[in-house]
Design a protein around this ligand. Structure first.
Ligand SMILES: [Zn+2]
Ligand SMILES: [Zn+2]
Length: 141
């Protein structure tokens, strides 16, 4: 993948890429943890730099639902969306119903050439639904 994007293959880049493959929607801190398990001591800054380079090269996608820190995934280029739990913040992939961008037609394009619609589905994940059924509705995790 790195060579395909004309990036030099370095151990931190390989480690970050495989960490994100194995842990979709991981945030920076958890990626740092996984990379350290793999490579030993790697600085925060090094991991930040690699995440930025891989995102700019299109090998990773960065998502940031409102109220959440930035998260990364290696599933790129298929215009999939995300369902985000309002209570615990867990994230699930949702295939695009149309399959390509932009999957929503604007009621008024105002002269813009629109090439993407960002869709986030908000709700409660299965675990949080069963918590609220047992009367813990207002306890936020
Ligand atoms: Zn939840
Ligand atoms: Zn995703």
């Amino acid at each position: 993948m790195l060579r395909g994007a004309s990036l030099r293959v370095t151990r931190p880049r390989v480690a970050v890429l495989s960490a994100v493959h194995e842990h979709p929607h991981a945030d920076t801190d958890s990626i740092i943890g996984v990379v350290r398990d793999d490579l030993g001591d790697v600085s925060h800054q090094a991991v930040y730099d690699v995440l930025r380079a891989l995102t700019n090269a299109g090998l990773l996608r960065r998502i940031q639902p409102s109220g959440s820190v930035a998260r990364y995934e290696a599933r790129i280029g298929d215009n999939h969306h995300h369902a985000v739990c309002r209570s615990c913040g867990s994230i699930a992939d949702v295939d695009c119903a149309v399959g390509e961008k932009p999957c929503l037609t604007a009621s008024d394009e105002h002269g813009f050439v629109i090439d993407e619609a960002e869709v986030v589905y908000w709700g409660l994940c299965p675990a949080c639904q069963s918590n609220s059924e047992t009367g813990e509705k207002d306890r936020r995790v």
